[in-house]
Design a protein around this ligand. Structure first.
Ligand code: SF4
Length: 387
């Protein structure tokens, strides 16, 4: 039997383990605090614990399941992609993005993905396996420690991870003043994989990261992106935590959407939009629709108009005709994937597409790009193996 993975345990699980070891419950809370508040991932550094307990943790549990293979950086070091190897050899990627006012971590939920979206590097690899709850949680803790290096840089603290191959420090070129951001402020489940296809483990990760006794991330600071699993959206509508929902739409009609996003065959637009309406009605929360713009495929003005009508409830697909969806559209100029025949929409086409939506009364923005040069942008994550 392998050692139990600490990051797979919630506080109750940890208390049960410590009870089996004959330890009082407060020891579990100490460990939990070390893991999620102090971000300690080495039992030897948990100096508030008795030495025998530290030894037992080291020999009878597993701390890090993720082994960092390498870190790549872009945008002056403020976009940082970590490539992790899992114990069974699967590879995943996590991206930390530091902005003047916030720091966001993009988390993978599966190794590979079964959804097969034609514009996505991850989809080309197929699904290797679902990630465990702990493997998702660990990605956020890595980002938090990475950000802490950033903060410590301002006080002269040093760490081997700060150094590039040429000996300079990654934060030295950053366009953002050091020490402005002190903790990860947003978590987006938009990395490799389809979160709602790994629902139970993913939701346990959300709950763990939200736990006020631990990492204490606000629910409204977390966002899940789905390619449109209508049954998962309906399930999410009934959860207690108000996390944000983003839905990858990418086409205004079923024929084109099925060509770009094969899962549309199972959850066509009418079903997807009905589920979305149920979600907004139950939660009162606005959803984001993501729309990757592909030159000449889905970026024509008439397609923008069709999309606007769809979301305003002016087409047959809407369950409530004439009632606008509570939504916002996020346009994403496609990020190139090696070997793909698809093209990225030119700037003027993006602007024209956006204007059609705005003129029709649909809130719409264009996503600020990050990490394209290190294949860390949307749709580019492929575990270093983009086909
Ligand atoms: S876009 Fe998302 S759902 Fe589609 S293949 Fe890529 S990772 Fe999977």
């Amino acid at each position: 039997m392998p050692n139990p993975a600490l990051y797979d345990m919630n506080l109750a699980d940890l208390e049960a383990l410590l009870r089996d070891w004959g330890q009082p419950a407060f020891r579990a809370r100490q460990i939990y605090r070390q893991l999620y508040v102090n971000l300690v991932h080495d039992p030897a550094l948990m100096t508030d614990l008795p030495s025998r307990l530290r030894e037992r943790l080291a020999t009878e549990t597993t701390f890090d399941a993720l082994r960092r293979v390498r870190t790549q950086e872009a945008d002056g070091g403020t976009t940082r992609k970590a490539i992790f190897a899992l114990p069974d050899g699967a590879v995943i990627e996590t991206v930390l993005m530091i902005y003047p006012d916030r720091a966001t971590v993009c988390v993978s939920t599966q190794a590979g993905c079964a959804m097969g979206c034609v514009f996505c590097a991850t989809g080309k690899r197929g699904l290797l396996r679902n990630l465990s709850t702990g493997e998702m949680v660990e990605q956020v803790l890595w980002a938090s420690r990475e950000l802490r290096h950033w903060q410590d840089a301002g006080s002269g603290l040093q760490d081997a991870d700060d150094r590039r191959d040429d000996g300079t420090r990654w934060w030295a070129d950053a366009p953002i003043p050091v020490r402005q951001i002190s903790r990860v402020s947003n978590i987006v489940f938009m990395g490799m994989g389809e979160p709602l296809a790994n629902y139970d483990r993913w939701w346990a990760a959300v709950q763990r990261l939200h736990d006020p006794q631990g990492f204490n991330m606000g629910a409204r600071s977390m966002t899940v992106s789905t390619v449109g699993l209508a049954d998962g959206i309906r399930r999410l509508a009934h959860e207690g935590l108000p996390i944000n929902l983003a839905i990858s739409l990418h086409a205004p009609d079923d024929a084109l959407r099925s060509a770009l996003v094969p899962i549309n065959e199972h959850f066509p637009l009418a079903d997807l939009l009905a589920a979305t309406r149920e979600y907004t009605a139950l939660t009162g929360r606005r959803v984001s629709f993501e729309y990757v713009l592909l030159q000449g495929r889905n970026d024509h003005p008439h397609q923008a108009l069709a999309l606007a009508k769809l979301l305003r409830g002016h087409t047959a697909e809407g369950a409530d005709r004439g009632v606008p969806l509570l939504c916002h559209v996020n346009l994403i100029p496609w990020n190139p994937v090696p070997g793909s025949p698809l093209g990225r929409s030119e700037h003027l086409r993006v602007a024209a597409f956006q204007q059609v939506l705005l003129d029709y009364g649909v809130a719409c923005t264009v996503r600020v790009e990050r990490g394209g040069e290190i294949a860390a942008a949307c749709g580019q994550l492929a575990g270093g193996h983009a086909a």
